[in-house]
Design a protein around this ligand. Structure first.
Ligand code: TXA
Ligand code: MG
Length: 322
């Protein structure tokens, strides 16, 4: 089993030996390895069971180091980096050859970010390479926001889990690409659209659709998804439709529903705070996934600020037949 600890020296030792280490970030935990070594990168794809056409983000601790593997930064990318790094923002930038093609799935652009987590920043400072790291969940499943979430799924497959506590933001980084100097939002995340626009002006949005694993017809498959069926909508109507025929669990922003046992309800933020809802989202889905229920009924949160990213994850987590 992987050791869970706070030891940066141990994490460094494993990474120098070409092993995979789970790292905390402010968004979600990552499955990290030497981003310059194609064999290590290949092993990350294998452990995560991720298709090789879905690229990995490369993490570093300074703009100065990023320039070693980024060929060029448009002026607006520089401005966003200076404003939001370290933080939950990934920039897609032309890569240098030192980044293996496997990291970017053949694209000439690499996703780069400086995460805002003290332990991981300290680790990055003492490493001679950046860390390629996808979220530390099996492909398609709910992202991890605690060291225990990672241990539950990868404990037997990885060397070390660096425990940085519960992730403060709770949804993944916002991804921005550039066409010349024109920025486009490609994934909603921890930095809100309005925060970005305050720095670079109005932005286009063209959300990426993650590749779907080929699966057995009739099976359920989604992204960021629990194994239990998740139905999103207006909760009173959904409860009237499914309860008591099915044993339901509830994922709600701040309202409790008296007809459903309280222990089967997860409130993302009883006080109605969107940041708190983001922080609790993946933990809430995981709790519901292990409850003794038949299906999960969920409601969207108010669609502004980080609520946009929360709703994006909920939309993608809904059960779909493939
Ligand atoms: O907050 C985060 O971004 C977390 C933490 C660990 O940093 N990481 C994360 O990684 O969410 P992952 O692999 O679960 O999602 C990254 C997504 C990929 O699915 C892909 O869509 C996009 O980022 N991406 C990464 N590199 C890219 C590239 N070169 N071109 C286009 N999209 C890219
Ligand atoms: Mg992910």
């Amino acid at each position: 089993m992987a050791i869970i600890g706070h030891d940066i020296r141990k994490a460094k030792e494993c990474l120098l030996a070409g092993k995979i280490v789970a790292i905390p970030t402010e968004t979600v935990y990552g499955l990290a390895g030497n981003g310059y070594n194609p064999d290590v990168v290949a092993s990350i794809f294998t452990v995560k069971e991720r298709p090789s056409f879905d690229p990995l983000i490369v993490h570093t601790d300074s703009l100065h180091k990023a320039i070693c593997f980024v060929a060029q930064m448009p002026p607006l990318a520089c401005r966003l980096a200076k404003w939001f790094w370290p933080g939950p923002l990934t920039l897609l930038l032309p890569k240098r050859q030192v980044i293996p093609d496997l990291v970017t799935a053949g694209s000439h652009c690499v996703g780069v970010r400086i995460p805002n987590h003290l332990l991981t920043l300290r680790l990055l400072q003492v490493l001679p390479f950046p860390l390629a790291a996808p979220s530390a969940n099996p492909f398609g499943y709910i992202s991890p926001t605690t060291a225990q979430h990672v241990a539950d799924q990868f404990g037997h497959k990885i060397a070390y889990i660096l425990d940085g506590g519960a992730c403060a933001v709770g949804v993944e980084s916002t991804i921005v690409s550039f066409d010349g100097d024109k920025p486009t939002i490609r994934r909603l995340g921890g930095i809100t659209r309005s925060a970005l626009e305050q720095v670079v002006g109005p932005m286009a949005m063209q959300l990426q659709h993650p590749p779907h694993r080929p699966c057995i017809p009739g099976a359920l498959f989604s992204h960021y998804a629990p194994k239990k069926r998740l139905v999103m909508g207006e909760l009173s109507a959904l409860i009237a439709q499914y309860h008591p025929i099915k044993r339901v669990g509830i994922l709600s922003f701040q309202t409790l529903y008296p007809e459903i046992p309280a222990q089967n309800q997860v409130l993302l933020s009883p006080k109605g705070c969107l940041e708190e809802a983001a922080k609790n989202l993946f933990q809430g889905l995981r709790l519901l996934d292990v409850m003794d229920i038949d299906l999960i009924l969920g409601a969207y949160v108010p669609n502004h600020g980080i609520g946009e990213a929360v709703n994006d994850r909920l939309r993608r987590a809904q059960s779909k037949l493939c």
